[in-house]
Design a protein around this ligand. Structure first.
Ligand code: GLY
Length: 425
């Protein structure tokens, strides 16, 4: 027992040294300064217009109508809530409430698509997390979860992501991004909503795990199912380079999604799967990129000449920090035995791996955040965003090499998660 306690202490100390080397507070201060610059730009506030992107060469946010067919409306309020949790600025709190509450009608009108989850988790969800004095947010989130569940197809076992594209795809379509929205269903089931919401989320994650991935653990962007029989028809891309390629943000949604599903279910199957999809991402990243920020698609034949996607790195960094905490827990529970969580990987990936997966994921996340926090990626005086070099929809020629609001959201979330981890080590 003494030896086990000693090993555990060494593990925690090593993790502590690893994460202390990166100055999280310095980056959180930077984010706060950029938030204040953005608020300055946006005053007088029109809460119905939410920041979306700053294209290459521009200096201020292009905004989109919040309550429209816009999937990113939750990210700016989410940034404000997260910044408020750190800065405690009254100005930021005022703006966080305003940009959040304008979104309320979305929870009660017929659902447009699965992105309602992204919108509500970022806005009302973060509001609830960081300002407990907002009990009025709970019924709104519950209504949104019920609305999201109306897109569930029990035959297919997944949520219909894009009702407007059923004809284009020849069936019930589910995209990898949809994994993120399960958080809203799990939360609702645990907070007074129907238990069915949890079951829908588990079914969606399980079906997606079965059909939405190639044998090496990389994901398709879109899975198409027969609407009536629910039979899986094919996997293909929408925003990636090719049907068979690794679209970096798609894979980032998978890593984040399965980590979150494990948070709610504690089912080891999901923990193992989160590692599997993370490991192939890290392996391909090491083969294709000159740093910890991926190309927008890891199979773009231009190789290192292809645009980057900082947003994918932000999503993955945030997910890996969370994932590392579950592996720490698992290690504590299993400290007598040698864990082997990498059975399903190709041999090449095994060679690439550190023996302690919690360390490896945490270090990878810190390395990502360190790269993102350099002048190469931070906007600094160029604009009011946090980060440069994200890619939105490459095949459509949209938001290439831009500042995009969700990159900033997940960057800040990752920084706060790392700060939380440092405080507990
Ligand atoms: N959810 C859309 C995207 O990741 O671009």
């Amino acid at each position: 027992m003494k030896r086990i306690a000693f090993l555990l202490l060494c593990t925690l100390l090593a993790a502590n040294i690893q994460s202390q080397a990166f100055d999280v507070d310095k980056q959180l201060d930077y984010c706060h300064r950029q938030v204040m610059k953005s608020l300055q730009q946006l005053r007088p506030y029109d809460f119905t217009q939410e920041p979306r992107n700053i294209l290459a060469g521009q200096h201020t946010w292009n905004c989109r109508k919040a309550v429209a067919e816009e999937w990113c409306s939750g990210f700016w309020p989410g940034i404000l809530w997260m910044d408020y949790s750190y800065s405690h600025s009254a100005e930021v709190l005022h703006a966080a409430k305003g940009y959040t509450e304008v979104l309320k009608p979305l929870a009660y009108q017929p659902i447009y698509d699965h992105d309602l989850g992204f919108i509500m988790i970022g806005s009302f969800g973060k509001g609830l997390t960081y300002n407990a004095m907002q009990p009025i947010y709970r019924p709104i989130l519950l209504a949104a979860a019920d609305s999201l569940a109306t897109l569930y197809n029990a035959k297919a076992g997944t949520i219909l992501s894009w009702p407007r594209h059923v004809k284009d795809y020849g069936g019930h379509n589910t995209i990898m991004d949809n994994m993120i929205n399960l958080d809203l269903l799990f939360w609702a089931a645990a907070n007074g909503g129907s238990p069915l919401l949890r079951q829908i989320a588990i079914n969606h994650a399980t079906t997606t795990m079965r059909h939405h991935f190639r044998p090496d653990g990389s994901s398709y962007h879109v899975a198409v199912y027969d609407t009536l029989s629910g039979q899986f028809l094919r996997g293909q891309t929408h925003q990636g380079y090719a049907d068979s390629s690794m679209w970096s943000r798609g894979q980032s949604w998978a890593i984040y999604g399965y980590t979150m599903v494990y948070r709610w279910t504690r089912d080891p199957l999901f923990l193992k799967f989160a590692q599997r999809v993370a490991d192939i991402y890290l392996l391909r990243l090491s083969q294709t990129s000159d740093d910890m920020i991926p190309l927008w698609d890891m199979d773009d034949p231009r190789g290192r000449q292809a645009p980057k996607d900082a947003s994918a790195a932000c999503v993955v960094a945030s997910a890996l920090i969370e994932l590392s905490t579950y592996l720490d827990e698992e290690r504590k529970d299993n400290s007598d035995s040698q864990l082997d969580t990498n059975n399903s990987l190709p041999d090449a990936a095994h060679n690439h791996l550190d023996a302690n997966p919690a360390h490896r994921y945490r270090q990878a996340a810190i390395d990502m955040l360190a790269d993102l926090s350099t002048p190469r990626y931070q906007s600094r005086d160029l604009s009011t965003a946090f980060l440069l070099h994200s890619t939105g929809h490459h095949p459509a020629g949209s938001e290439i090499d831009a500042s995009i609001i969700y990159a900033d959201y997940y960057y800040l979330e990752a920084l706060l998660r790392l700060k939380g981890l440092q405080q507990h080590l």
